[in-house]
Write a protein that binds this ligand. Structure first.
Ligand code: NAP
Length: 318
């Protein structure tokens, strides 16, 4: 396995995708979105009010978050903590800031991996190509390394996949992958596309370990990538085994979870705007979980989701 030596001296193993693109084994996701699960599924008065004014609230939230402090934090992740993979989506609103950070970070473009995703809106309106090219322009880039669709929008995602195949052939993306696909979505693409996806990015963490989907991806040479890899910290509490393993290795529960992903052959995309968290998250390549630790982690699975299930969601609201 090749290793990528980061500017801070950390050696991060790399992974070769099915199309030959070499990527780091961990990604940084600076994009911010309001919490999916509670927004869409909660039934309290608060949830209903938030749902009603969802887009206005998101707009304000994004504006507040696009501050110099936000930019500083994204730059810190690249320049100091050492992340080399920026995971972004056109449906997040910080596109300009992300583009500026990529440009100003001082890391040569060829040494960075940049992901973006085609929005559901573009899929519904059949404007995948135009929307992607506009996003690229806003990011001030000539190409992205990894292009995905954000969700497998029913009746549209195969068409989107075809557009993505063309964009790759034209050199706008080095690699094309998907997000939020269950096995049946992947089978549709494998049966109907000209090429297989290189990556499937989906919600995965110890409380939703998705063992069979991870296995299916690996059998088909699709690299599994975990979003919300720490379940947004929502489930980390008093779990005996997680604390016990963390204490044994003198690491934090978050570091144990991220290491668990790496040893499972899954690439975590973690978001941390706090520089202390960023440094902590990347400092996981100097210890190893035992077989016994890995077995204990399996017991945490309880099908807890932070984000909607792709088979049961309103794509227009995502
Ligand atoms: N494809 C998709 O549909 C999809 C959906 C959701 C997410 N994603 C991608 O996945 C990325 C991550 O997902 P996520 O934000 O939902 O979940 P997450 O990375 O599991 O959780 C992020 C939260 O964890 C906190 N955190 C991170 N490291 C920590 C540490 N060491 N100690 C304590 N707290 C820590 C962060 O706090 P601070 O910010 O304060 O550090 C933040 O509040 C996103 O940014 C995005 O790129 C993709």
């Amino acid at each position: 396995m090749q290793k990528i030596t980061l500017s801070n001296g950390i050696e991060m193993p790399s992974i070769t995708l099915n199309d030959g693109l070499i990527v780091p084994s961990m990604a940084f996701g600076p994009g911010i979105m309001m919490r999916g699960r509670k927004l869409h599924q909660g039934d309290s008065v608060f949830d209903r009010i938030v749902r009603k004014f969802q887009w206005k609230i998101q707009f304000l939230y994004f504006r507040i978050k696009q501050t110099p402090a936000y930019k500083k934090s994204v730059l810190y992740a690249i320049q100091q903590a050492g992340f080399r993979w920026i995971d972004y989506s056109a449906s997040y609103d910080q596109v300009k800031t992300i583009g500026e950070c990529i440009k100003k970070c001082g890391i040569p473009r060829r040494d960075l991996i940049v992901t973006t995703r085609i929005t559901n809106r573009a899929q519904f309106t059949h404007t995948q190509r135009e929307a992607f090219l506009a996003n690229l322009k806003e990011l001030q880039l000539d190409y992205v390394d990894v292009l995905m669709f954000h969700w497998p929008v029913t009746g549209h995602f195969l068409e989107t996949w075809k557009v993505m195949e063309s964009l790759k052939k034209e050199g706008f993306a080095k690699s094309i992958g998907v997000a939020n696909c269950h096995q049946h979505h992947l089978e549709d693409i494998l049966n109907n596309g000209d090429e297989p996806p290189s990556i499937n990015q989906f919600e995965q963490h110890p409380w939703l370990n998705q063992i069979s989907l991870v296995d299916f991806c690996k059998r088909n040479k699709i690299v599994p990538q975990a979003y919300a890899p720490t379940a947004r910290q929502e489930a980390i509490g008093g779990e005996g085994c997680l604390m016990e393993i963390a204490n044994k290795h003198k690491k934090t529960p978050t570091q144990i979870i991220l290491r668990w992903h790496i040893q499972n052959g899954v690439i975590p995309v973690v978001r941390a705007l706090n520089p202390k968290h960023q440094c902590e998250n990347i400092d996981i390549f100097n210890f190893e979980l035992s077989v016994d630790d890995m077995e204990k982690m399996k017991t945490l699975n309880c099908n807890f989701r932070v984000w909607p299930n792709p088979d049961n969601c309103d794509f227009k609201k995502l």
